[in-house]
Design a protein around this ligand. Structure first.
Ligand code: RB5
Length: 150
């Protein structure tokens, strides 16, 4: 992957975000850190939007969002057109959400998993490709839901 990975967190996940970025850099990946940069209380949708914009604008192929549970970030990210965000707390899900769902944003919870597991999950997510084939049909159906106006 040639484009940098877009990464952001809220105040609950600052330490984990920094560890994940350091790990990915050590593996040769470039990351752009969209914040937050302190532990001052902030609102996770602002950071989800920054990363999703980076993906939708083509600055990054993939994003990583981390909050306390990962749930708020995944809810916010999946409201952004073009985004397929997957909340993962295990490596199997990280692998298969790339293989089958072509997820373009990984969400994790800093209060639900440890930093070592988060780095493993991120590693598998960024290096696994989409299988395509029958899964593309289903992805097309998922994305068509965005335009149904329900
Ligand atoms: C912040 O306290 C917390 O609500 C947030 O990090 C996240 O867990 C929301 O889903």
């Amino acid at each position: 992957m040639s484009k940098p990975i877009a990464v952001a967190c809220d105040h609950a996940a600052l330490d984990m975000k920094n560890e994940v970025i350091s790990y990915l850099k050590s593996q040769g990946y470039e990351c752009v850190d969209y914040g937050t940069y302190t532990k001052d209380s902030c609102n996770y949708p602002d950071y989800a939007e920054k990363v999703c914009d980076a993906v939708n604008e083509g600055k990054s192929d993939m994003g990583i969002l981390i909050c306390g549970t990962g749930i708020g970030m995944s809810m916010a990210a999946n409201k952004c057109k073009g985004i397929r965000a997957a909340l993962c707390s295990d490596t199997f899900s990280a692998r298969f959400t790339r293989l089958h769902n072509d997820a373009n944003v990984l969400c994790m919870g800093a209060r639900t998993i440890g930093a070592g597991l988060a780095c493993d999950i991120a590693d598998i997510f960024v290096k696994t490709g989409f299988e395509g084939g029958r899964h593309q049909t289903r992805i097309d159906m998922v994305m068509a839901l965005e335009n149904k106006g329900k």
